[in-house]
Design a protein around this ligand. Structure first.
Ligand SMILES: NC(=O)c1ccc[n+]([C@@H]2O[C@H](COP(=O)([O-])OP(=O)(O)OC[C@H]3O[C@@H](n4cnc5c(N)ncnc54)[C@H](OP(=O)(O)O)[C@@H]3O)[C@@H](O)[C@H]2O)c1
Length: 229
């Protein structure tokens, strides 16, 4: 299988502002004598299929990148890897205490046995990550979620009353527990407290390359699409 160097999220974006075109250019110099110091972008889930593409695109655009996951990814100019477990608030505070990103791209998730556990774990990861950055000059936080926002969680996917397609950004939430809603609510609460703008990117499907991620699919020797280990 060929290696793709970028991911293509197919989906819908909801935002509370008009964010700077992505990838961003960062702060302008305060005066002609003062060189610009670009605030780094923090990519969370940086070894994932979406996160690794973001790391690559931001670095290629000249934005300094802090890349966070448990395992480090490929070394490249302008990218600094940091390791933290998003399930540990203490670990996040320790690792992020001295970091000052201007933007965060949250692309991590951790699948649990039930949706209630998904909510506790994945909502908690957004909450604790943003709390650990309360000192940082955050301008914008982008959260990647997905189609289950509209069709329900794994255990109730496509069940019950469904909105008609095409789905709209302002669609009512489904009456079912959903970790994407919990992640959004943590994002919205932190945005109000910390004063940054936000966007939510509800991907349908992400095409790209990542090794060992949770939703890998690829052709087997017969050319049939199967989940990859
Ligand atoms: N892939 C798709 O086709 C697709 C489609 C629709 C929606 N989405 C949604 O898009 C979002 C991102 O998915 P993705 O497929 O890009 O993810 P992914 O490829 O599975 O990557 C997940 C990333 O999160 C990191 N991570 C997981 N648990 C962690 C922890 N406890 N601490 C630190 N880092 C952790 C992983 O790195 P380490 O394991 O090294 O820590 C990895 O970098 C999810 O909400 C997903 O539901 C994906």
């Amino acid at each position: 299988m060929g290696v793709r160097t970028h991911a293509l999220p197919i989906g819908m974006t909801s935002t509370n502002s008009t964010p700077t075109p992505f990838p961003s250019s960062d702060s302008a110099p305060a005066s002609p004598a003062e060189p610009a110091v670009a605030a780094p972008a923090l990519v969370v889930g940086a070894t994932g299929i979406g996160g690794s593409a973001l790391v690559e695109q931001l670095a290629a655009a000249g934005t300094p990148v802090i890349a966070l996951s448990r395992r480090p990814g490929a070394q490249r100019d302008g990218v600094r890897w940091i390791s933290a477990d998003l399930r540990s608030a203490a670990d996040l505070s320790r690792v992020l205490g001295s970091e000052r990103p201007g933007r965060v791209y949250f692309t991590a998730w951790s699948r649990q046995a039930t949706e209630q556990e998904n909510i506790a774990v994945n909502g908690g990861m957004v909450r604790d990550l943003l709390a650990a950055l309360s000192h940082a000059p955050l301008e914008h936080v982008a959260l990647v979620t997905g189609l289950k926002h509209y069709l329900g969680p794994f255990e109730a996917y496509g069940q019950g009353a469904m909105p008609d397609t095409p789905f709209h950004e302002e669609e009512e939430r489904l009456d079912a527990p959903n970790f994407y809603y919990a992640q959004e609510d943590e994002l919205f609460a932190a945005a109000r407290r910390q004063g940054f703008t936000w966007s939510v990117h509800r991907s349908h499907t992400v095409l790209g390359h990542a090794v060992g991620n949770l939703m890998n699919m690829g052709p087997d020797s017969r050319g049939i699409r199967v989940p990859l280990p």
